[in-house]
Design a protein around this ligand. Structure first.
Ligand code: NAD
Length: 260
């Protein structure tokens, strides 16, 4: 149902972002992926996306800490495919440290990648969406846009900021056919999470099951990970006509985390 539409997904060379790109390609959209990684592997993903959609797929190496590269990515997408109809701000990084020891340069990087990059993409993409009277802005926030955890000052601040930015954009775009929403996952099963398990098993002398239940899923009442595909399914829903009146919302997909 997305034939003829173009989706730009930041931070989509792995994890949740790649799942968004696959799900939107499966609906026939042109997709532009972005992020870091092995050039050969990225090119393979790009080709697989084009094959899956029967439409176009492109890659942008833009660094989400650099406003001029972000704007150039949006402009290049418009030149290649005619515009950005679906914008998913998903690039994100984490750093865990007590605030007294939190490196200021990590603070700046996390605010830049997790929050300011969304300001720059939206600022560049919104005029075209308004002109075409249709658009979907989807920001991957987090349970940490609603609640905090210790030692994640920059991440929690950035995600709360992203939730506020989303509401403002939703209000400004309300009469133009453009919606803006957050998707706020709890713990999602991505390669990043999977890689932490062996080290945590060793460090805490725990079994794999103990690490998953007592450490990673301690705050997630269902005791199950969210999957990247489940997060992507929510984004696909937000692109349907049925979701035209869903705007300014912060949609939790967190196994009950923020209900507790
Ligand atoms: P991931 O590490 O698998 O993916 C992050 C993506 O961002 C990668 O493609 C990476 O290359 C890209 N990226 C990092 N720095 C970049 C930069 N400067 N410029 C451009 N791209 C950059 O992580 P993920 O788990 O898929 O997370 C994706 C989003 O979901 C993030 O915003 C994260 O905060 C959010 N999130 C993740 C979880 C989880 O449990 N995994 C939970 C809630 C929210």
């Amino acid at each position: 149902f997305l034939k003829g539409k173009t989706a730009l997904v930041t931070g989509s060379t792995s994890g949740i972002g790649l799942a968004y790109a696959k799900a939107l390609a499966a609906e026939g959209a042109n997709v532009v992926i972005n992020g870091f990684g092995d050039a050969g592997a990225i090119e393979q993903e790009r080709q697989a996306l084009a094959a899956a959609s029967g439409a176009g797929a492109a890659y942008s190496a833009a660094d989400m800490t650099r406003p001029e590269e972000i704007v150039a990515m949006v402009e290049e997408t418009a030149r290649t495919f005619g515009g950005v109809d679906i914008l998913i701000n998903n690039a994100g990084v984490q750093h865990v440290a007590p605030i007294e020891e939190f490196p200021p340069e990590k603070w700046d990087a996390i605010i830049g990648i997790n929050l300011s990059s969304a300001f720059h993409t939206i600022r560049a993409a919104l005029p075209g969406m308004k002109a075409r009277k249709w658009g979907r802005i989807i920001n991957t926030a987090s349970a940490h846009s609603l609640v905090a955890s210790p030692f994640k000052a920059a991440y929690v601040a950035a995600k709360h900021g992203l939730a506020g930015l989303t509401k403002t954009v939703a209000l400004e775009a309300a009469t133009s056919g453009v919606t803006a929403n957050c998707i706020s996952p709890g713990y999602v099963w991505t390669p990043l999470v999977e890689k932490q398990i062996p080290d945590t098993m060793k460090a805490r002398n725990m079994t794999r099951e103990q690490v998953m239940n007592d450490v990673l899923l301690a705050g997630q009442p269902t005791k199950q990970f969210v999957t990247a595909e489940q997060v992507a399914a929510l984004a696909v829903y937000l692109c349907t006509d049925g979701a035209a009146q869903v705007t300014g919302a912060n949609l939790s997909i967190d196994g009950g985390w923020t209900a507790a």
